[in-house]
Design a protein around this ligand. Structure first.
Ligand code: MLT
Length: 313
């Protein structure tokens, strides 16, 4: 009987699929690192989201592991080179949470513009202050999208419906594809200089690590607002905090963080509660997205385990 570890939260529908296929499932979201390292050798498959770090240390202990299902998009928590070397199949479920990530981004843009999160917090503390929470309209403002792929292009379409002017930078997209959705592709620096809102939609790679740091914040408008629902390491958090401190930009809405989970001790942005809204990596966390990615990940794991693939080299 094959054994699969589910080490991050997924929907019950995914677990049901594994069990219906005769697979023994250990559902252990949030288990500590030591427990993972001690037990990973027992499993034929593992399903993760973004919290479980499958680096070389973990994968080299996973002597029976044949398949890793990433319920979600980003692969940055998995050491693909080691997995490949060890003959482990790795797949993601890239389309299942697209719409949820897009809608979360739009929610962040609107919430940031209208101080919704801060006003809500104040009212729950018995403070009624209409003057302090005066907002700005997004209509007529420029949204600069960095990474006009599956998520970025859908954010663009919805922002255009709000009357925003959308520009983008994406070195991998043919300009004619951007033209089709009426989004001019511009050099990175120009997007930063011209935008009122800058939203990141890039995967985490060597190229995009700290794609926004001191130099980039310095050339943005003082009224600019930055949104990150992509990957935490795309932004240099210390540099963002410094930019806010010096009023080089107006605000930020951050769903993904350099260190997760965020704590008062590891994130300087927590001290900017009037200008920074933060959510706990919720972009892909909706009922619909969780069902989609969990079902696909479970089906893929079953198909890999049941197809009698050759033993790892
Ligand atoms: C993803 O990469 O799909 C997202 O970060 C969602 C997640 O892992 O929760």
């Amino acid at each position: 009987m094959y054994k699969v570890l589910v080490s991050d939260n997924i929907a019950q529908k995914g677990i049901d699929i594994l069990e219906a296929a005769g697979i023994e499932v250990d559902f252990k979201p949030g288990q500590n690192r030591e427990e993972l390292l001690n037990s990973i050798g027992n499993y034929d498959g593992i399903i993760v989201r973004s919290m479980t770090i499958l680096n070389a240390e973990a994968l080299n202990k996973a002597k029976n592991l044949k398949v890793i299902g990433r319920a979600g998009t980003g692969y940055d928590n998995i050491d693909l080179d080691t997995a490949t070397k060890n003959g482990i199949f790795v797949f993601n479920t890239p389309t299942g949470n697209t719409i949820s990530a897009v809608e979360h981004t739009l929610g962040m843009i609107l919430s940031l513009s209208r101080n919704i999160a801060q006003a809500n917090q104040a009212l729950h503390n018995d403070i009624w202050d209409r003057k302090k929470y005066m907002g700005v309209e997004v209509k007529g403002k420029t949204l600069g999208i960095i990474g006009l792929g599956r998520i970025g292009s859908r954010v663009a379409k919805r922002a255009q419906a709000f009357g925003m002017k959308v520009i983008a930078n994406d070195p991998y997209l043919a300009p004619k594809n951007a033209e089709k959705i009426n989004v001019p592709l511009l050099p990175f620096k120009e997007v930063l200089e011209k935008s009122d809102y800058i939203s990141l939609h890039t995967p985490l790679t060597d190229e995009t690590y700290h794609i926004l740091s001191h130099k980039e914040f310095a050339i943005m408008k003082e009224t600019a607002r930055v949104i990150n629902c992509a990957r935490g390491q795309n932004i240099d958090t210390e540099a963002l905090a410094a930019a806010l401190e010096k009023n080089k930009i107006a605000g930020a809405a951050i769903d993904v963080h350099e260190e997760e989970p965020v704590k008062a001790t590891n994130n300087p942005l927590l001290s900017f509660e009037d200008r920074v809204i933060m959510t706990c990596h919720l972009g892909g966390t909706t009922t619909e997205a969780m069902d989609n990615v969990s079902i696909t990940a479970a089906e893929e794991v079953v198909s890999v385990l049941h197809s009698n693939l050759p033993e790892s080299p």
